[in-house]
Design a protein around this ligand. Structure first.
Ligand SMILES: [Zn+2]
Length: 321
């Protein structure tokens, strides 16, 4: 199905979206950031909902998550539209799902036009999509329906782009459980049966000795992520909230960041403090909520994360590994 070009390639990574659920600005939010952005009074970039794409060979692309903004995000990138020599075939070969959150799976519905591709997900996330939500059956209408692939919540999966047997994998996907919760739309019956460690995954993709670590939703319950962050050349990590009570202060909900599965950036036990000091790769914050003051490029919080050596992802950021 895919032509594999021999030799070493730079893995190309594209940040198609960098905001948390709702995007920036969010349609129903008039927080300080959203209202000032709409009024043109904020030094900040608008952002669509988090979407990562990477290519191991500059031909086939893989998505991490499937954002609600996926259709527009695909159309914005020439590499992701079908090539003239294969008009019925998207260059998107597969999708790695970190969770069953609406923000991570809703985009699958944009990919429903009788297209085949692989979907990599834990057994529990597959169960959510197959039995808790019949709408995703729409993906299975093609003559070649989508192909489910099981991800362990603590495993190593070799991914081959070549059809020839015996070759080493093009890239390897290592997975770890990041703790966290299943989405609140699932049934009680599902929750009783589901393996909690299947809820939210982090990915360490390896190719030609280079490593990309992706943890867009980090609860902090499991400290294993720190080892992967140390080993990675590039880390894309949860920058959802600056403070634990951010949503309460902006009156969006009365839950804390930690209660909804995100380690806040600030504080003595926040992500900036917990990020391993001996990590030498690029560290890039992604999945940034519209309430987060780091979005304001004139803010002390924005300066603080840059001074701590982090980059802040934006839509259109390209990275080579
Ligand atoms: Zn807002």
């Amino acid at each position: 199905m895919f032509a594999f070009l021999p030799g070493e390639f730079l893995v190309k990574i594209k940040i198609l979206g960098s905001a948390a659920g709702g995007g920036f600005p969010q349609w129903n939010c008039a927080c300080r950031n959203c209202s000032r952005l709409r009024a043109g009074k904020l030094q900040a970039k608008p952002r669509s909902q988090t979407q990562i794409a990477f290519s191991p060979d500059d031909r086939v692309w893989f998505l991490v998550g499937a954002s609600p903004d996926l259709r527009a995000q695909i159309l914005s990138v020439p590499e992701l539209v079908p090539h003239a020599d294969a008009p019925g075939l998207s260059p998107i070969g597969g999708i790695f799902l970190p969770s069953a959150d609406v923000d991570a799976v809703m985009g699958l519905l944009h990919l429903r036009e009788f297209q085949t591709f692989f979907v990599f997900a834990t057994p529990a996330v597959q169960c959510v999509l197959k039995t808790e939500n019949r709408i995703f059956k729409v993906l299975e209408r093609g003559d070649l329906p989508l192909q489910w692939q099981v991800l362990s919540n603590n495993g190593r999966l070799g991914c081959h782009l070549s059809a020839s047997p015996g070759e080493s994998p093009t890239f390897v996907c290592n997975t770890i459980s990041l703790g966290g919760l299943f989405p609140d739309y699932v049934s009680e019956e599902f929750l009783r049966a589901a393996e909690p460690d299947d809820a939210t995954l982090g990915f360490l993709f390896e190719q030609d000795g280079k490593k990309l670590f992706i943890a867009t939703s980090l609860s902090g319950e499991n400290a294993e992520w720190q080892k992967l962050a140390v080993s990675a050349d590039v880390t894309l990590i949860d920058g959802t909230f600056w403070s634990n009570d951010e949503l309460q202060r902006t009156r969006r909900t009365n839950k804390t960041a930690r209660e909804i599965g995100h380690l806040p950036l600030s504080g003595s036990d926040g992500l900036l403090a917990q990020f391993p000091a001996n990590a030498t790769g690029r560290k890039i914050l992604i999945h940034i909520n519209n309430t987060n003051p780091i979005l304001d490029e004139d803010s002390p919080e924005h300066r603080a994360v840059l001074e701590a050596g982090f980059e802040i992802a934006y839509d259109g950021l390209n990275i080579s590994l």
